[in-house]
Design a protein around this ligand. Structure first.
Ligand code: PMP
Length: 297
């Protein structure tokens, strides 16, 4: 992720990533009490652009607020710092990882001081060219009565690691994780949609991280007049549907091949999901949906 020349932003200055360090006596490391974002930048015809910077930084600030962390950067400041991290490293297509940590303090009360780190690394696209084989996880997503699941909190990702590793150990690419009621929630690090009879279905909010990509997909569908429904559904309902995909900033829109070894039935290339995938790929490169619609003819 970094070498001896990589620059990151850390607590007020730009420093070499290899030299940044934190106090180990802190709530973030001991309790997972940190909030973060995963953001992508793309090389577009108009230079390097961070996709949905406002949405991501608004969510970071909201996550900190929900966790009662002191954090007073504005979305504009965070965006400007992010562009500077990219520029200082000469990155265009990159992944940005802002992280707010609380240290020093070992109590179980709210954070007293927070530190902002913005790390970035180069990210070339198309790493998920193959359709994913996924399995229903034996782990549930964090219970919304135990966690504020709409906040992107580091500690929640221990659940993600357990689910993802279970799937990999069983020979699958990823996990489909259910909520406490047995309804489909999301993947370890992405939201999910399935397509059936010309409609796209995605789990309603409640036990999911409401993804920025999920919202973008819903916007795309509205614009392209593809019907969508946000509602709770079981894996039984999803298995053997026409098509399905995961979506997230890192994954973008990635096709699923099968759920619990039951393949999705439609040829991906002729699915509405594939059209959404192409529209998303256009959007991140700074093209408008109007331009995309013209291409579709
Ligand atoms: N769910 C989880 C658990 C995630 O970690 C992510 C990635 N941030 C998502 C959904 C997708 O969110 P977004 O589209 O905002 O990246």
């Amino acid at each position: 992720y970094f070498n001896e020349n990589t620059i990151m932003y850390f607590n007020g200055s730009f420093v070499k990533a290899a030299e940044a360090n934190i106090n180990l006596y802190g709530q973030s490391l001991h309790y997972g009490y940190a909030v973060f974002e995963g953001i992508k930048s793309y090389q577009t015809d108009n230079g390097t652009k961070i996709f949905k910077a406002k949405e991501h930084y608004d969510r970071l600030r909201r996550s900190a607020e929900l966790m009662h962390m002191p954090f007073d950067y504005t979305t504009e400041e965070l965006t400007a710092l992010s562009y500077e991290v990219l520029e200082r490293n000469g990155f265009t297509n990159a992944y940005l990882r802002p992280l707010v940590i609380c240290s020093p303090n070992m109590s179980l009360s709210k954070g007293k001081e927070s530190y902002l780190a913005i790390e970035a690394w180069e990210w070339s696209n198309g790493y998920l060219a193959n359709k994913m084989r996924i399995m229903t996880s034996s782990f549930q997503r964090p219970n919304p009565k135990a966690f504020k699941v709409e906040a992107k909190v580091s500690g929640h990702y221990v659940n993600s690691i357990l689910a993802c590793q279970e799937a990999k150990d069983a020979g699958y690419d990823e996990a489909l994780v259910l909520d406490a009621n047995g309804f489909v929630a999301e993947s370890s690090g992405a939201n999910v949609f399935f397509e059936k009879g010309g409609t796209l279905y995605t789990p309603a909010k409640g036990s999911i991280l409401p993804g920025i990509t999920r919202a973008t997909v819903l916007d795309i569908c509205k614009e392209l007049e593809i019907p969508t429904e946000e509602r709770f559904f079981t894996p039984d309902e999803m298995r053997g549907a026409d098509a399905a995909f995961f979506c997230g900033t890192a994954a973008e829109v990635v096709a699923l091949y099968s759920l619990d070894d039951v393949p999705f039935t439609k040829n991906w290339d002729t699915s509405l999901s594939a059209t959404v995938q192409k529209a998303y790929q256009n959007l991140v490169l700074g093209k408008t949906l109007e331009e995309f619609k013209l291409q579709l003819g």
